[in-house]
Design a binder for this molecule. Structure first.
Ligand code: HPA
Ligand code: ZN
Length: 326
């Protein structure tokens, strides 16, 4: 059994984190007040009580509704700053954060408002907490590919402040292939690509993320375990998986943490990492994901060290910065 102190001090990364998913009910209510928005919940406790999800879609419905209070640059700044403070408390040294511009531009919030608020907090956070960062623009897969192209068009003047692209939202019925041309364009622009695949969707979607989208990392990817040929390919190519254990339990991908396949992923030789996904909604920031997995799965010191090394290795830090942690 590892000591809590040792686990707390382990240098951690977070490579799968939706900034909109860090919106705590308290901040959500404060921002609603800031903007004079009426909420369909009496108070913070009533909202939190609604966070009882049966699958990915039932979560996404609340996640998109919650994001409606994010309107000004200050809102995005405050949100990101609060997240970085939490991450720092968990021993996180490097973050690669997703944002969903379409969720905001569809409501009339300008792309630059979102980007400026998040970026300013990330830059401040680097100084204040010593947390390095990357920022990943995610396309919403439930929308048409043409909407993604329009969003990429809006992003073009800001590409110096966007480090890569991803694909999120409702997985079932929206295979990676749907975005093949959009991701080809992103690659031409020099943007590294990642995609959510194999969370609720089948191993075939992971294959498509690799072969049609040419991603360098798979977000979730846990269902890859159903396909031994795919597991061998991911291991051979050292394609990292950004695994989100508490998210998987909350969204009923696994019935409990004791049934989570984190150890099997490591034993299969995969570059598995530990991440929190949408911590305000799933009941735990990244430190809690580490503690809960260590406890429920009885992870050894060697397994935990491997997970920490995988996080650094899977990140987009330059080799010299990686060497500092490895
Ligand atoms: N899966 C898909 N889309 C998402 C998620 C997720 O876990 N979190 C936020 N958007
Ligand atoms: Zn996610």
């Amino acid at each position: 059994r590892v000591s809590p102190d040792w686990l707390a001090r382990l240098p951690k990364t977070e490579l799968h984190l939706h900034i909109e998913g860090t919106l705590e009910p308290e901040l959500l209510f404060a921002l609603a007040e800031r903007h004079g928005v009426a909420l369909p919940y009496a108070d913070v406790d009533a909202l939190r009580a609604a966070y009882d999800f049966k699958d990915l879609q039932s979560f996404l419905d609340l996640y998109y509704a919650g994001a409606d209070v994010l309107r000004s640059e200050a809102d995005f700044h405050d949100l990101t700053r609060a997240y970085l403070a939490r991450a720092h408390a968990d021993g996180v040294v490097h973050v690669e954060i997703f944002f969903d511009p379409q969720t905001h531009t569809a409501r009339g919030v300008p792309f630059a408002t979102v980007l400026n608020g998040i970026r300013r907090a990330l830059t401040d956070g680097e100084r204040e907490f010593g947390i390095s960062h990357r920022l990943i623009l995610c396309f919403l897969r439930h929308l048409p590919e043409a909407d993604g192209f329009a969003t990429l068009e809006e992003a073009l003047p800001h590409l110096d402040r966007i480090d890569g692209v991803g694909l999120d939202s409702s997985e079932a019925g929206h295979p990676p292939q749907k975005f093949e041309r959009l991701f080809a364009r992103c690659r031409e622009l020099g943007l590294p690509c990642v995609a959510h695949a194999g969370e609720e969707g089948p191993p075939e979607y992971v294959w498509q993320a690799l072969n049609a989208l040419r991603v360098c990392r798979i977000d979730h990817g846990v269902r890859a375990l159903e396909d031994p040929v795919l597991v061998a390919e991911l291991a051979r190519r050292r394609i990292p998986l950004t695994v989100c254990p508490l998210s998987n339990v909350r969204l009923k991908v696994y019935p409990s943490l004791t049934r989570h396949p984190l150890r099997q992923l490591l034993q299969a030789g995969l570059v598995a990492t530990v991440n929190s996904d949408d911590p305000a909604y799933f009941g735990g920031y990244v430190g809690e994901n580490w503690r809960a997995c260590a406890e429920a799965l009885g992870l050894t010191r060697e397994e935990l060290l491997q997970l920490a090394r995988n996080g650094i290795d899977a990140s987009w830090l330059e080799p010299a910065a990686k060497a500092r942690w490895l």
